[in-house]
Write a protein that binds this ligand. Structure first.
Ligand code: DGI
Ligand code: FE
Ligand code: FE
Ligand code: FE
Length: 187
């Protein structure tokens, strides 16, 4: 499948607004990859695919988490966390992506994980700062991202965790562990 065919197939699975977000992540991810020494081509592919499953029906996502030996611990947590694990599965099984670095960048783009690779950090941070994002504090995260992947990500995770606390929502433990690991990397 060519890159153009991949873009056509992925964009057809989401509303136009989400595809514009994905284009923004592609743009920011390549900039961050060049700045911090990740592979820009891998960043591009991971960005194209990162939200591929975001609009899949949750019962379909739930079924795949149960049946395909995926991380079914996610079923105990909020549905918006599922699409990253499903996205990695779809990238591998439907789009033939074999590169583990790309698959893990998709898999961990929402929660992060302890010991994130540079490519994983690039995709996760690009998801926060792409040009279309407009949430309180995004400009601060964009400024931090100019000099430190880790500082940008800590600010990103802090904003997510703050929002979840304000809404009295459940926090996926890995989100906190990722944030703590990044704080330690800054010390
Ligand atoms: O898919 P995007 O909207 O581009 O961004 P994302 O994949 O980073 O986040 C998807 C959603 O997941 C977003 O609304 C915030 C939410 N989220 C992230 N971490 C956690 C979380 N929700 C819960 N309940 N717990 C988390 O730890
Ligand atoms: Fe996402
Ligand atoms: Fe994110
Ligand atoms: Fe996204």
């Amino acid at each position: 499948m060519t890159r153009a065919e991949l873009i056509q197939s992925v964009s057809s699975q989401m509303p136009e607004k989400r595809w514009r977000h994905t284009e923004g992540v592609m743009q920011s991810a390549v900039v961050l990859a060049r700045r911090y020494g990740a592979d820009p081509d891998k960043a591009d592919i991971a960005a194209i695919l990162h939200d591929v499953a975001k609009y899949w029906p949750s019962d379909r996502q739930e079924q795949l988490l149960r049946d395909k030996a995926l991380n079914d611990e996610l079923l105990l947590y909020d549905k918006p966390l599922w699409h990253s694990e499903i996205g990695a599965y779809v990238a591998e099984t439907e789009y033939g992506i074999e590169d583990t670095e790309i698959l893990n960048a998709i898999r961990y783009h929402t929660s992060g994980r302890v010991g994130m690779t540079t490519l994983e950090k690039v995709i996760c941070l690009a998801d926060y700062i792409e040009p279309g994002r407009d949430f309180p504090g995004v400009d601060h995260i964009r400024r931090l991202a100019e000099t430190s992947l880790e500082a940008g990500l800590v600010a990103g995770f802090d904003s997510t965790i703050n929002l979840l606390l304000a809404r009295r929502q459940v926090i996926y433990p890995l989100t906190v562990l990722s944030r703590n690991d990044l704080v330690k990397q800054l010390e």
